[in-house]
Design a protein around this ligand. Structure first.
Ligand code: ZN
Length: 293
């Protein structure tokens, strides 16, 4: 039955009367939409359930296939709240930093960045080893070390100790000249020479706490000394007498000095042992726990 259109006189507007059979298609559409939604929700629930089930399963071990090593399987429960705990500070050396007696005479640091004052002139030193001079306070240790080496069959010879102002100035200037003669600029020659023969005020020999040692086969300093049993003896025992290898091969950039297997420095027995154990050079050892320059 077709819908009838009539004029509502009372309300002065048109109205459409809908007959029952014209409502049938709308009902059918609504029913089919509801069914689709229900089916979709059920499917979604099944998929979600499947996912939850899969992810909560323990890792399946496939025979012959890849098995995750036990140490890589993270069995740690996920914490409800992540808390940041403070990690203890790990020291780089066994020696407590505060125990370093930096102001003691035997730990005096002399290098290009820590020169002696201009007023530091010629020093009174004590003779040892036939024509060599040292700070009187290290003579006994040096003597004991040389005696112990001899007893062990290591033939060590002292080849340098304290060097006075004129002596070191001559050595420094000769080295600068040698570099200039090889074509280096004044500036480069000075920089390179200072890594081998520094000026008196930047040289550790000026303290009387450094000794250059060689084996009997060498009459002057030689890198080949580090292949001798005498050098091996020093590396093992020097610290027992308070001496350290002052310019190691792997510390050239820190010390500002070339590798000198012959140059040993007195720092006292206790500090020598600690420095040896730390694997640090004197500059690094003293810089521990100090503000950066
Ligand atoms: Zn030296």
């Amino acid at each position: 039955m077709p819908n009838q259109k009539f004029f509502d006189k009372k309300n002065n507007h048109s109205a459409v009367v809908l007959h029952e059979d014209s409502l049938q298609p709308a009902k059918k559409i609504r029913f089919s939409i509801n069914t689709t939604i229900i089916v979709a929700v059920v499917i979604l629930c099944v998929i979600a359930g499947l996912f939850i089930w899969l992810f909560t399963l323990p890792p399946k071990q496939v025979e012959g296939g890849y098995q995750m090593p036990e140490n890589l399987v993270d069995t740690t429960p996920i914490p409800a709240e992540v808390t940041v705990t403070e990690q203890p500070v790990v020291e780089s050396t066994a020696a407590p930093v505060d125990d370093i007696p930096r102001d003691e005479w035997y730990l005096k640091l002399v290098n290009a960045e820590n020169p002696l004052p201009d007023s530091y002139g010629e020093q009174e030193m004590t003779s040892f080893g036939g024509g060599f001079y040292f700070d009187e306070r290290i003579i006994e240790s040096l003597e004991q070390m040389m005696d112990a080496a001899e007893e062990d069959g290591a033939e060590l010879r002292v080849i340098s100790g304290y060097r006075g102002v004129n002596r070191q100035t001559d050595r420094h200037e000769a080295e600068v000249r040698a570099y200039k003669n090889r074509g280096y600029s004044e500036e480069d020659a000075l920089a390179l020479a200072s890594m081998e023969e520094p000026s008196y005020w930047e040289c550790e020999h000026s303290l009387g706490l450094a000794v250059d040692l060689m084996d009997s086969a060498h009459s002057s300093t030689s890198i080949a000394f580090d292949e001798t049993e005498e050098f091996a003896w020093l590396m093992e025992h020097a610290a027992e007498y308070g001496f350290i290898l002052r310019y190691p091969e792997d510390k050239v950039e820190v010390t500002g000095m070339v590798y000198e297997p012959w140059h040993f420095r007195y720092v006292g027995q206790e500090q020598a042992q600690k420095i040896k154990e730390s694997g640090l050079c004197l500059e690094e050892y003293l810089a521990q726990g100090q503000p950066q320059a």
